[in-house]
Design a protein around this ligand. Structure first.
Ligand SMILES: *Cc1c(COP(=O)(O)O)cnc(C)c1O
Length: 352
């Protein structure tokens, strides 16, 4: 770091992104193994605004389409450059040195990074011993509450009644529910935006819509909350979503059948993978996401991670006390998961 750098930051550490993808079965960053829909790609080719012009500031059509998916209005939708950007906007909009944020000690690694970047105090609340979230830990906080649902990296889900209770008990502060993985088996709480003006729901095209590289995220919230986020957006980067991505995003929404079919494929492969890993002695948390969190009774998490990597299979290991026995494994295609299982078999044989 240069001698001019003034901040005390701990940047987010993304999962490895090897330059030579052909050498690895990549199950470490929860990308979708399937390409975006052909119809969406064709739509983008046809409808992308001329690139010599700035992108559409209001993107009303895409916002209307996303609003319609959950019975809301365009005023209830904000678009962002991936949902990471919108999380950043939320920390900027709803926190300050006096009003902090609270989230679980084991969750998406970006939350504490944004809190530090924004210079706001934050608290990390321990998960229960079974790694689930205790809703009552988030009652009456008087600060920004941030929860991923399903949570990452556990894959565990909170039910709609738990979300409602957290909203009820935080009427004076914003509750941000990060639904990055909700399409893989959860029930979205976006409809509650009509009842709770303190609810903000973060979504992304990166996972269920196979568009991680296009960088498109969105938020659902009351018109007032979305207005606050727009104020931040116009203070940082009004043209935050590029024209190609706007067109591709609308194409993807119009081809919802494709997304639903691929999510079903991934859920099916998830069931298969869990069954096969359990048969091999693994303990696997019940997952509502496109990844699983698994540990082997005899092989330490870091050792399994390294042994898999040596065999060309990348998964994600978090070197954190309560979860160091686990690895987070993205659900890929059936063939990718069979490659994982073959590597596991080899490792188990040599460890014995
Ligand atoms: C992947 C992920 C995101 C954000 O992804 P973007 O690509 O920036 O949309 C947000 N929250 C969680 C929990 C995630 O896993």
């Amino acid at each position: 770091m240069s001698r001019y750098f003034t901040r005390d930051l701990r940047p987010y550490v993304p999962g490895e992104q090897p330059e030579d993808l052909s050498r690895f079965v990549k199950l470490n960053t929860n990308e979708n193994p399937y390409p975006p829909s052909e119809k969406a790609l064709a739509y983008a080719r046809e409808h992308c605004r001329a690139l010599n012009l700035y992108s559409d500031l209001s993107a009303r059509e895409l916002r209307a389409a996303l609003a319609a998916e959950v019975g809301l209005e365009p005023e209830n939708v904000l678009l962002s450059n991936g949902s990471d950007e919108l999380l950043y906007f939320a920390f900027l909009a709803f926190c300050s040195a006096q009003r902090g944020a609270v989230f679980p000690d084991i969750s998406y690694g970006f939350y504490p990074v944004f809190a530090r970047l924004c210079g706001i105090p934050y608290r990390e609340v321990p998960l229960r011993s079974d790694l689930s979230i205790a809703p009552e830990d988030y009652f009456d906080r008087h600060e920004l509450v941030v929860l991923a649902n399903p949570n990452a990296p556990t894959g565990l889900l909170l039910g709609p009644e738990d979300i409602r209770s957290i909203l009820e008990r935080n009427r004076d502060s914003v509750v941000l529910i990060d639904e990055a993985y909700i399409d893989f088996g959860g029930l979205s709480c976006a409809g509650l935006v009509r009842e709770y003006d303190n609810l903000l729901v973060a979504r992304t095209f990166s996972k269920s819509r196979s568009m991680a590289g296009a960088r498109l995220g969105y938020a659902y919230g009351s018109a007032a909350l979305i207005g606050d986020l727009e104020t931040v957006r116009y203070s940082v980067n009004p043209y935050n979503v590029n024209s190609y991505t706007l067109a591709l995003g609308l194409g993807a929404v119009l081809d919802g059948d494709y997304t639903r079919a691929r999510c079903r494929d991934i859920q099916e492969t998830r069931g298969y993978t869990i069954q096969m890993l359990e048969r091999r002695g693994f303990a696997v948390l019940p997952s509502a996401a496109n990844f699983i969190f698994a540990r082997h009774p005899d092989i330490p998490g870091a050792a399994l991670y390294a042994a898999l990597k040596a065999r060309g299979v990348l998964v994600r290991h978090f070197d954190k006390p309560r979860i160091t026995d686990y690895n987070r494994i993205t659900i890929g295609t059936r063939a990718q998961m069979d490659a994982l299982l073959a590597a596991v078999d080899e490792i188990v044989r040599t460890e014995r």
